[in-house]
Each structure stands twice: as structure tokens, then as C-alpha cells.
Design a protein around this ligand. Structure first.
Ligand code: 6PG
Length: 245
């Protein structure tokens, strides 16, 4: 079975999931000339992949000094808070590397969530060397995204049509729909990618993944993403369900 859009890769289990994801990251980084800009997903699913990247052979085969790591979204909490995505990324990946990549964290101290979103957009415009996006020069070389069992991705949440319809700003504050405020990248910049990989693991995601892959649900945020480049759904067997056959 072929998904309505993109390529589906099904791996047996969580271990193979982390291995496949880490190798894909390393291969894309190796293939890129010069700077490599990667988008990192938050939440729990990617942690094992980041831990795998921070171990041999990838840890030493990647030139981390060439790499910019950008968060797809962040919970608007202190960077050492255990709900913080940047803390998870540090604990699982960057503190274990032989050289430091440029990790672009969402600012927090002394800022409102609106100010943090605007500041992060300025930071990303510096990374890109331009304040506008051009399909011929995608922002991301690789963008890793998660998907919630409600079909949200980054902090683009179902039903928030005003935020889902944002086509100008690259970064916006999200103040409804979650216990804490969020800062999220928007469709224009998430779609500005050579390769987007949705990381979907566990039986809890099976129903939503089936709806998105089959096209029976085209409205949830994850289903709406239209990357300029490749789209890959990386799923373990538990999440893939009937798509694994
Ligand atoms: C976040 C994420 C979010 C995540 C999904 C899936 O900050 O929560 O960026 O979009 O990817 O919620 O989360 P799990 O991987 O924990 O299921």
C-alpha cells in the first residue's frame, strides 16, 4: 500500500526505529555540502534516536561543527525544566558529542511568549541568511517532526485554524490547547525542507497514522504539510498496523 503522499518506511521495533533515524540523519549530513540545517522534533518519540546519534559510529562520523539544530517547537518553560524540548535534546544528544553543533534554543528569560517567538524568528532568519523563503533554497536540509495521536505536529494543533493558516511568520506563539504556552514553527518554514521525516512510533498512533496515510483525514495538522522536498513517514510496526503488511 502506498500512502496518499510521501514514502512510508516501516521498521520492526523501537530499536530499529532509532537506528534507521540516526543513520538517515548521518547520511543526509554527510551528503550536504557545507552547513547542514536540521529541524529536531520534541516530545518522547525522538529521544532514542538522538541517543543513538550520540553513540558510535554516528557520534564520531558526523562533523557536528557544520550543523545547526533548530527546534520545531518548544514548551515555553525554563530551558532546564523537565518539560523543555531543548533540555531533552541536550540530555540525549548534544552533551555527549565530541564537538558542539549550533543548537538554536527558543529564548525564555525575561521574555513573553510573543517576544520569544519573534526573537526565534530573527535567529532563524540569521541562520538562513535571508528573511524570506525560496523553494529553490530550502531552509532545512532535514526536518524531523513528530505526530500526536490527535494529528498535531510541532505545536500546530487541530482546530486552531488561525495559527494553521499562518503563511507569513515562521515562528508563532501558541497560548491555547496545552497546559503551557508553546512556541512553534509554522507551515511555510517546516515545508521549506529538502527532506521531512515524520517519526511515528507505538500502537497509540496507529489510528491517526492510518487516517493520514490513507487520506481519509486530510485536515489534521500532520496531513496538511506539503514539503518542497521529500516526505518520509518512518513508523514502527506497532504504529504502522495494516500498513506494515
Ligand atoms: C512537543 C512536540 C510534539 C510531539 C508530539 C508527539 O513538543 O510535544 O514537538 O509535536 O512531536 O506531541 O509527541 P510524542 O513523541 O511524545 O508522542
Amino acid at each position: 500500500m502506498k500512502p496518499v503522499r510521501g514514502e512510508l518506511v516501516v521498521v520492526p521495533d523501537a530499536k530499529a526505529f532509532a537506528e534507521y533515524g540516526a543513520r538517515l540523519f548521518a547520511e543526509e549530513a554527510a551528503a550536504a555540502r557545507g552547513r547542514f540545517v536540521a529541524g529536531l522534533a520534541g516530545g518522547s518519540t525522538p529521544r532514542a534516536l538522538y541517543e543513538r546519534l550520540a553513540a558510535a559510529p554516528w557520534r564520531d562520523s558526523i562533523d557536528w561543527t557544520r550543523i545547526d539544530l533548530v527546534l520545531g517547537d518548544e514548551r515555553f518553560v525554563a530551558p532546564d525544566d523537565d518539560k523543555s524540548n531543548v533540555r531533552m535534546i541536550r540530555d540525549a544528544l548534544t552533551t555527549h558529542l565530541p564537538a558542539a553543533p549550533r543548537l538554536h534554543q527558543v529564548p525564555f528569560d525575561g521574555m513573553t511568549v510573543d517576544q520569544a517567538a519573534a526573537a526565534y524568528q530573527r535567529d532563524l532568519a540569521e541562520v538562513h541568511g535571508a528573511a524570506t523563503l525560496d523553494p529553490s533554497r530550502p531552509f532545512f536540509d532535514l526536518c524531523l517532526l513528530g505526530m500526536g495521536d490527535d494529528g498535531h505536529t510541532a505545536s500546530l494543533l487541530p482546530g486552531q485554524d488561525d495559527l494553521l493558516g499562518e503563511r507569513q511568520r515562521w515562528v508563532i506563539p501558541v497560548t491555547k490547547g496545552r497546559p503551557e504556552a508553546r512556541v512553534t514553527l509554522t507551515y511555510p518554514i517546516l515545508e521549506s525542507a529538502r527532506v521531512v521525516v515524520f517519526l511515528v512510533s507505538g500502537a497509540g498512533k496507529r489510528d491517526m497514522l492510518d487516517r493520514v496515510l490513507s487520506g481519509s483525514d486530510r485536515d489534521v495538522p500532520a496531513a496538511r504539510l506539503r514539503p518542497v522536498g521529500r516526505l518520509i513517514w518512518l513508523a514502527d510496526r506497532d504504529a504502522a498496523g495494516r500498513w506494515a503488511d
